[in-house]
Write a protein of this length. Structure first.
Lengths: 247, 236, 223
């Protein structure tokens, strides 16, 4: 196993957002997490890379065990160096150009030289077909372009796992496709990915495993066919039929 | 070294002229506000000729020290009155009260600052609010008075409070033209005893308390206004 | 030409005015940053200290602040055995203005820092930066950009406030003007103060132009 979570718990005030999550991720696996909003999907991602600190739980990443409730500073930095994240609102650095957005993490997170970082960043921009925008600031780019740069910024770090937090939710409908295409390419290259998403088509086409999340727990998981076509749990059936009306 | 007895003794004397400071500030702010509203209307409606003049006026006032403005009025107003007299207007040029000069100078000063503040509050109201009001059938005037202005006021009060308090502090120079307010009284008492720090500390305390009281009053006013406008209590 | 004489006389005070402006602004910014840092601590003592200083300074007329610096600082320093009575008046002028403006600037910095999008910091952490890199590379530049309009207003306010140093006898541009107007037995007083107003206005317009250039340079950075 590349990543293993055991009994991850998180409470906000009196609200149990995560009620003991167990999750194991194999190398190269693409996991789609679906479920109603407010069910704790995003919180789980944020706990995995320590943007928030869990109340309890252990994480084993590359055979290294970390107490998720009390990680040391080195463990936090080490974990983040092995993971990358793509945000719902892109969160590109507003004061950096497209190229700088990608090279920044290489220089200041991975101590690469400026020249090497810029070479790698240019290549990453090329992979998302945006090399011609390298000197543009985020405000000059469309949401779809920003998110594809967000993906390039994550993947250039050569992470073991990329976490996607609803990467297409903030996008105009016509821009969703380009971002999903880049994500699909990434999956085909064997990148391990955990994707919180409302794009059921993406989950069906690309994910090796679909996890249905509700009320801070994993209700059901399995292959896309299992979960979408033969949901076992009543909660999953209700969710799927509710969104079916939207599509 | 520090004569606390003298400081204590001077305090009530300085406090007794505090109303002069406050009255000057309030009158100048009210007059300045009226002028500011006119400036805002002229500039927002882009009235021909007047709009660029108003813009220049605001820029000039905001670009010059109040003490210089005060002396321009102090030396300029009598000359203006003389000129008017020559033009046949019945004006008296003798004995212009210092208070009148100060009120004029500070009103001009306040009008420029307040007009900028109103404008930024106006621009901060979502334009779609006005559009929505017009599409439900309100006249443009009604849309302004019923929808836009109430929202503008809530945005405007904190800035207005700052401007008013700045004005109170700025009045500390009107002793130069012979008005006996807080600073003047402190200076007079100091020069009698050649003890400066004592009376200046008295003045400091009085200014801080006055500013604090007005800041609180405006905070309460804003909270009440917000409650009436939006029925929220977030800034109380 | 009397206008040229007025001009040249007044302009002789401009270097002092600009010296006051530049040094006060630098010191006030440094103190302001420290104050903002203090007031953003979780430590209640640090917070209380910063808030106390702010409350005190913000209710004080700049004129009074200059007087207090001039008469008070020497006594304060004597308490710890340092005699600064012989310091140049200019230094007291700079001290008085710096103390006053540091409070305003600290508020500008603090509120700008708080309005930086928290997602920016998270993104920096997520690409592997440590907290200090995230601060210096991402948060700090954005804070400065957000603070820019307020800083511009404060700098302009400071230009105008330098005129108050007459009160401790510094020969700045304003004091030169009053001097000239007294010399002439009050003949060209209005002219003198109108010219003076225009010079201050030009200084302010120059500052506004400078800030416009900065904004133009960063027009695509929408923080």
């Amino acid at each position: 196993m590349l990543l293993e979570l055991k009994n991850l718990k998180k409470t906000f005030k009196n609200n149990h957002v995560l009620k003991g999550i167990d999750l194991a991720v194999k190398e190269g696996e693409v996991i789609a997490i679906i479920g109603p909003s407010g069910s704790g999907k995003t919180t789980m991602l944020r706990n995995i890379n320590f943007l928030e600190t869990a109340d309890a739980g252990t994480m084993t990443l590359r055979q290294k065990r970390i107490d998720m409730a009390a990680p040391t500073q080195e463990q936090v930095l080490w974990t983040r160096r092995h993971m990358a994240m793509v945000f719902q609102n892109y969160n590109l650095f507003k004061n950096k150009t497209a190229l700088e957005n990608i090279s920044e993490g290489l220089i200041f997170g991975q101590n690469k030289s400026k020249e090497e970082a810029e070479t790698l960043a240019s290549r990453a921009l090329d992979q998302v077909d945006l090399l011609d925008k390298k000197d543009f600031y985020p405000s000059q780019l469309s949401g779809g372009q920003q998110q594809r740069i967000g993906i390039a910024r994550a993947t250039v770090l050569n992470p073991d796992i990329v976490l996607f937090d609803e990467p297409t939710s903030a996008l105009d409908p016509e821009l969703v496709g380009t971002v999903l295409r880049d994500m699909k390419r990434l999956a085909e290259r064997g990148q391990t990915m955990i994707v919180v998403t409302h794009q059921m088509a993406f989950a069906r086409d690309v994910a090796d495993r679909v996890i249905f999340f509700a009320d801070g727990q994993i209700i059901e998981q399995g292959s896309a066919d299992d979960v979408f076509d033969h949901p076992q749990h009543e909660r999953t059936q209700r969710f799927l039929s509710a969104i079916a009306e939207d599509y | 070294m520090f004569d606390s007895n003298f400081a204590l003794h001077s305090f009530p004397k300085i406090l007794s002229v505090a109303p002069t400071t406050i009255v000057l500030s309030i009158i100048a702010t009210i007059l300045g506000f009226i002028l500011a509203v006119l400036i805002v209307i002229v500039r927002e409606r882009n009235v021909k000729i007047l709009a660029p003049i108003a813009a220049l006026y605001v820029s000039f006032i905001r670009g010059t020290p109040i003490i210089v403005q005060m002396y321009v009025v102090y030396y300029g107003l009598p000359q203006l009155l003389v000129a008017l007299k020559h033009a046949g207007l019945d004006t008296s040029t003798n004995g212009l009260p210092a208070m009148l000069i100060a009120i004029l100078a500070y009103s001009f000063n306040a009008s420029a600052n307040i007009s900028e503040s109103i404008r930024s509050a106006y621009h901060s109201v979502d334009h779609r609010q006005y559009e929505a009001a017009v599409t439900v059938g309100m006249t443009p005037t009604r849309a302004m008075t019923r929808i836009v202005i109430p929202q503008l006021v809530a945005n405007f009060i904190p800035n207005f409070a700052n401007l008013f308090i700045d004005l109170i502090k700025d009045t500390a120079i009107v002793y130069n033209i012979g008005i006996v307010e807080i600073m003047a009284k402190a200076n007079i008492l100091s020069s009698i005893g050649f003890k400066y720090l004592e009376t200046y500390l008295d003045a400091l305390i009085i200014y801080i308390v006055i500013c604090w009281i007005f800041a609180k009053l405006f905070q309460v006013g804003e909270a009440i206004d917000r409650y009436h406008t939006f029925h929220t209590q977030d800034s109380i | 030409m009397r206008l040229t004489k007025i001009m040249t006389t007044l302009l002789s005070g401009l270097p002092t005015t600009l010296t006051l402006l530049i040094f006060s602004f630098i010191f006030a910014s440094v103190i302001g940053v420290c104050l903002a840092w203090l007031s953003l601590r979780r430590n209640p003592v640090a917070k209380g200290l910063a808030r106390g200083y702010l409350g005190l300074v913000r209710g004080t007329p700049p004129l009074l602040m200059l007087l207090l610096a001039y008469y008070g600082l020497p006594k304060l320093f004597l308490l710890v055995g340092i005699d600064i009575n012989d310091w140049a008046k200019l230094l007291f002028g700079i001290a008085g203005l710096s103390i006053g403006w540091s409070a305003y600037l600290s508020e500008a910095f603090r509120s700008a820092y708080l309005s930086v999008d928290p997602g920016q910091y998270e993104a920096a952490l997520v690409v592997g930066m440590d907290a200090s890199h995230a601060f210096w590379r991402i948060l700090m530049p954005q804070t400065l950009l957000i603070a820019l309009p307020n800083v511009e207003n404060l700098l302009i306010g400071l230009v105008k406030a330098t005129s108050l140093v007459y009160v401790i006898g510094i020969m700045d541009m304003y004091n030169t003007a009053t001097d000239l107007s007294n010399q002439n037995q009050g003949v060209y007083q209005l002219e003198i103060f109108v010219v003076l107003a225009f010079i201050y206005w030009l200084v302010v317009l120059a500052i506004e132009w400078g800030f416009r250039q900065i904004r133009k340079d960063y027009q695509y950075v929408t923080v």
